[in-house]
Design a protein around this ligand. Structure first.
Ligand SMILES: *Cc1c(COP(=O)(O)O)cnc(C)c1O
Length: 227
């Protein structure tokens, strides 16, 4: 299927769900992003700052860009002016810098941030523990932030086809979301996102309550390197 057909397919699949599609365009050129754009899609994800800013310059500015990969503190300044959502917030230090740079750019809309929580067994994956996320939200630094909005959680599941294992990890993240919601965001509608699911497991993720699936190869085709 073409990129446009894939976009329409996902639109149809997600129509009666609360879940949105983040089209992950990493490694694919701007022309391919444009094909999805022309099919009506406006929400795209990239995992590297350099690649993101190059594509952003080439593409229409009504695209909502999500950063989904690990973000170094010293690179926040390159994206803080325009980024819609940073899905990969994994420390208080990073969040402080995001808030600081958003303020410097005089943003009128806050930068949406998801707390990345580690749910997979591989220790190499970035992300906070649930307790670290709690500590972040309890901190005085966090309470004073005016230029960011914590809108939910994100997780990267173990790379496996074992459905039970995936289900367990998805449910764990959903439990984290619900606890954080009750503790810190009670009655705050802005805290609503559970970013879970990729090409291989998005259906399961939607069934387990994902509100954002991040699909790359399922839309744009295989990448020439695996990332
Ligand atoms: C690349 C990437 C995806 C998309 O992976 P696919 O298997 O191509 O759908 C999703 N989430 C993150 C964090 C990624 O880096």
């Amino acid at each position: 299927m073409s990129i446009a057909e894939n976009i329409l397919y996902f639109d149809a699949q997600l129509r009666n769900t609360p879940c949105r599609l983040v089209a992950v365009s990493k490694t694919h050129p701007a022309e391919k992003v444009m094909e999805a754009y022309n099919a009506g899609h406006r929400l795209f994800g990239e995992n590297k700052v350099q690649e993101l800013i190059e594509k952003r310059d080439l593409l229409p500015h009504d695209i909502a860009w999500h950063l989904i990969g690990h973000l170094q503190t010293n690179k926040v300044k390159y994206i803080a002016e325009f980024i819609d959502t940073i899905q990969s917030v994994d420390s208080l230090k990073l969040l402080i810098e995001i808030n600081r740079r958003a303020e410097m750019f005089g943003r009128t809309m806050p930068i949406n941030c998801l707390l990345q929580i580690s749910i997979a067994d591989e220790e190499t994956k970035y992300g906070m523990s649930y307790d670290e996320a709690v500590a972040l939200l309890q901190s005085d630094d966090y309470r004073q932030m005016k230029y960011i909005s914590v809108t939910g959680v994100m997780g990267i599941a173990t790379n496996t086809t074992d459905e039970n294992k995936l289900r367990e990890e998805f449910r764990y993240l959903r439990g984290c979301f619900q606890n954080l919601k009750e503790t810190f965001f009670f009655a705050k509608e802005s805290f609503k996102e559970i970013s879970l699911g990729m090409t291989s497991d998005w259906q399961l993720a939607v069934a387990e309550g994902s509100t954002m699936i991040r699909v790359g190869s399922g839309i744009f085709g295989e990448r020439n390197y695996s990332k």
